[in-house]
Design a protein around this ligand. Structure first.
Ligand code: HEM
Length: 510
């Protein structure tokens, strides 16, 4: 028996060694990989976040246009050169139209249906159906729903905070974002601070938070798909998928029967799409994709897109607000200037909140800077669908990678945002980088908090608006203060967040 195990381990070791020579045999630089674990040993053992694993190579190979990294045994190319990044995500999009990790409906019927996982023409059709839900017109009508949820938080703080209070602000921001998504995507009015046991908040907290197990499942699917399928491992557990499904379908049916009248939310978009009412709005929105939708989608497909708000929008938007509150706490002068700007906001029922929030210039500068320092999704992924010539490894090099279809690409967003070649004092919070004059000087493709090209974040307008509506409500009444900088990123999380949480002092303004 023992010799059989030794034989098996030896065989696996040699297979692993062979796979881990992919880059070195082609002249592509890579940090020394570890058998089986590739370059993710520290990530696996909870020592660093995977954006730090990317940063190790990014900072080491300063002269390369790209370098290699192994997600366990999967060779993954990291482009460093902004021009190469443009080619991959914009110019040659047709060669990189898929995402890296693919979890199909055969593995996870709900997760496999969402826009992030879809491929080819199915992705294109679904993107066309969903785009109007995030148009300026729709976001404008969602702004008052967001304001109601923000007001609920301020009201809660009024009852809880008389002097100053040290708190993990994630508790209030996740409640707010849950209420916004419940209201804007599912059509339910909930107040998660008052009723923390409401089923949709419980579901959000248990089903989709990007914790350690979720991250390991993702990497597992890429490296040992058959094993995970056999073990019936799902990103969204069957029980949670059923609960989400019931919730959303009941809301969808009520809307179809027009029981509660139309509401400016996501469900309405889906109902309108089915009835062909969206054409006019799509024509108004210059960002919407006006290609013809060629596929028919079932209610299960639609449920998966509503859950997408939780999968892609819940943790990200809450942490955008958290980091913002933290940066204001750490930079009191910026906070004061922001509050002065917010104090000038016109109020009243007739005000177009969407317009008013867009006009707050300093709020926009601070939001952009928070997203530079803390791009919540620190790396975006692609996978090639055609043979691709990545060009010389560095300018003038004889080595070049010509890869067959299937090569994984990770875009190093976090590293680009902190590269001193593109940003002076990159670790310093400085909103002045985003005045309209300075913005024009940013090197193209070095600032990509929402990615770019046809697969850019579909929810960016929604997320930024939700964050701004919360922040204007909050900073009108409260200030933040803190003494400690977050020391390290939470390892094994896809979303950037500090390992120690966001402990910030909140105090009412005079
Ligand atoms: C601050 C909040 C957010 C950040 C920083 C963020 C960032 C990103 C990034 C970097 C990508 C990859 C883009 C690329 O590959 O080029 C992405 C994709 C995506 N995001 Fe967001 N996101 C946020 C909020 C949201 C929200 C609220 C939604 C709402 C549903 C959302 C839905 C998506 C979807 C569906 C994709 C995949 C798009 C596709 O493959 O076609 N995101 N996001």
């Amino acid at each position: 028996m023992l010799w059989l195990i030794v034989l098996l381990v030896t065989c696996l070791y040699y297979i692993s060694r062979k796979k881990l020579q992919y880059f070195s045999s082609r002249g592509v630089r890579t940090l020394p990989p570890i058998p089986f674990l590739g370059n993710l040993a520290a990530v696996t053992f909870g020592k660093e976040n995977f954006v730090e694993a990317i940063a190790n190579g990014y900072n080491e190979f300063k002269n390369e246009r790209y370098f290699g990294l192994y997600q366990y045994l999967v060779p993954t190319l990291i482009p460093r050169d902004p021009e190469l990044i443009r080619q991959i995500i914009v110019r040659d999009f047709n060669a990189f139209s898929d995402r890296g990790v693919h979890i199909g409906t055969d593995c996870d019927p709900m997760f496999g249906r969402n826009l992030i996982m879809l491929r080819g023409s199915t992705w294109k059709s679904m993107r066309t159906v969903l785009s109007p839900a995030f148009s300026a017109t729709r976001c404008r009508s969602m702004a008052p729903l967001m304001a109601e949820s923000a007001e609920a938080v301020v009201q809660h703080l009024k009852e809880q905070v008389s002097g100053e209070l040290l708190m993990d602000v994630n508790e209030i921001t996740t409640a707010y974002v849950n209420d916004v998504i419940a209201s804007c995507a599912f059509g339910f009015a909930v107040n998660s601070l008052k009723e923390p046991n409401n089923c949709i908040f419980q579901l959000a907290k248990t089903a989709v938070v990007q914790d350690t197990t979720q991250v390991m499942k993702f990497f597992g699917y890429e490296n040992m798909k058959t094993v995970l399928k056999m073990l019936d491992v799902k990103i969204i557990k069957r029980k949670h998928a059923e609960q989400f499904s019931q919730l959303f379908k009941s809301a969808l049916n009520a809307r179809r029967e027009n029981l509660a009248g139309p509401r400016p939310d996501f469900i309405q978009t889906l109902v309108d799409a089915a009835q062909g009412k969206l054409k006019q709005e799509m024509e108004l929105d210059i960002n919407s994709n006006q290609d013809k939708c060629t596929e028919k989608f079932t209610d299960d497909d639609l449920v998966a897109q509503a859950v997408l708000f939780y999968v892609a929008g819940y943790d990200t938007t809450a942490n955008l607000i958290n980091y913002f509150l933290y940066e204001m706490a750490a930079n009191p002068e910026a906070q004061q200037r922001l509050q002065q700007e917010i104090d000038t906001m016109p109020g009243g029922e007739d005000v177009d909140l969407y317009e008013v929030v867009q006009e707050l210039e300093y709020l926009e500068m601070c939001t952009s800077e928070v997203l530079r320092l803390w791009p919540l999704v620190g790396s975006a992924d692609r996978r090639s669908v055609q043979t691709y010539d990545f060009g010389p490894t560095y300018p003038g090099s004889q080595d070049r990678l010509v890869a067959p279809p299937g090569i994984h690409v990770w875009l190093p967003l976090y590293s680009l945002h902190r590269d001193e070649r593109y940003w002076t004092n990159p670790d310093v919070f400085d909103p002045e980088r985003f005045t309209s004059r300075n913005k024009a000087k940013i090197v193209p493709y070095t600032y990509l908090p929402f990615g770019t090209g046809p697969r850019h974040c579909i929810g960016s307008r929604f997320a930024v608006l939700a964050a701004k509506v919360f922040l204007t409500g909050f900073f009108k009444k409260y200030s933040t203060r803190c003494t400690e900088r977050p020391r390290r990123l939470c390892p094994r999380a896809f979303i950037l967040r500090p390992a120690e949480g966001f402990n910030i002092t909140v105090q009412p303004r005079n």
